[in-house]
Write a new protein. Structure first.
Length: 297
């Protein structure tokens, strides 16, 4: 087992997983405090590094693409105080940090953990229910519905419609963007069949963020929703399977192949219906796949 204790937090590696516990130092970001202890399985790691500085160094974990809903929802935009996968190391613990890195790297090599993307989340995301107030509103999520409520700072055009409730089944994407310079940030939900290019200030499916202390907490809502949406790799795989299954017949096909192909398409249509009924395919995925098959028929 390898362990490093710092004011910024404590990291422990037992050979199978890393336990990342935030410290109580005033410089620890609010998001890390609210996340609490994270357990990262070894299989979710793509690498680890240690950077030395004159006064302090920094341990960094690199996760495999698609392993963590928090990283996916925030698009790698978490800054240093709020990033749970960084740890500030005091200069008198550089040797411990280097030993920690060696232990994790050795385990990655022994277990032959690949670094390529994964097709399913390996971390669960924040627990629900949860609610966060920041910017021009409050976002709450209970696992099935997202509720957006507005405050006195909300633009009249958005607040006039009152609170908004979104069913998780109607949400196809979620994005958290921090404020940067003069540009405001946002927490935005993309709703099926309702695309919009409106700025977050006027978008009823978005909370506008102005760079205040609680803004990073909106990433908790984004990650909790993302963890319960279909994994991005799954949708891509469905598209590939569908295009492969309904590819045109070649001219050299035998005479009976047209009828056989029709039967195959009918079977595929029934399979898609079953996948839709059992929840494997979303409404949008099922509709797209069905339309492709019907066009071929």
């Amino acid at each position: 087992m390898a362990e490093i204790l710092q004011k910024d937090g404590t990291w422990v590696f037992d050979g199978d997983a890393l336990r990342l516990t935030p410290g109580r130092d005033k410089n620890v970001g609010l998001l890390r405090r609210e996340l609490g202890e994270l357990v990262v399985p070894l299989g979710a790691l793509a690498g680890i590094s240690f950077e030395q500085g004159k006064k302090t160094g920094r341990l960094r974990l690199r996760l495999r693409d698609g392993a963590d809903p928090l990283l996916h929802a925030t698009g790698g935009r978490l800054t240093e105080p709020h990033d749970p996968y960084q740890l500030t190391v005091e200069s008198d613990r550089y040797g411990v940090a280097e030993y920690f890195v060696d232990e994790v790297r050795s385990a990655l090599l022994l277990d032959q953990v690949p670094t390529d993307p994964v097709d399913g989340y390996l971390l669960p995301g924040p627990s629900v229910p949860l609610a966060v107030s920041a910017g021009d509103g409050t976002a709450a999520f209970d696992g099935e519905h997202i509720r957006l409520e507005w405050n006195w700072k909300t633009e009249d055009a958005k607040a006039s419609a009152g609170p908004r409730t979104l069913a998780l089944t109607d949400v196809v994407a979620v994005e958290w963007q921090p404020a940067a310079g003069l540009e405001n940030g946002h927490l935005r939900f993309t709703v099926r069949h309702a695309p919009t290019k409106a700025p977050p200030k006027y978008d009823p499916n978005a909370v506008e963020l102005w760079g205040f202390k609680k803004d990073p907490l909106m990433a908790l809502v984004a990650a909790a929703v993302q963890a319960r949406l279909p994994h991005p790799a799954r949708a891509a795989a469905i598209d590939v399977r569908t295009s492969r299954d309904v590819r045109p017949e070649t001219p050299s096909s035998p005479v009976g192949s047209a009828e056989d192909g029709h039967d195959a398409l009918l079977r595929r249509l029934r399979e898609l219906g079953e996948l839709h009924r059992t929840g494997v395919l979303t409404d949008e995925e099922f509709t797209m796949a069905k339309q492709a098959i019907l066009k071929r028929m």
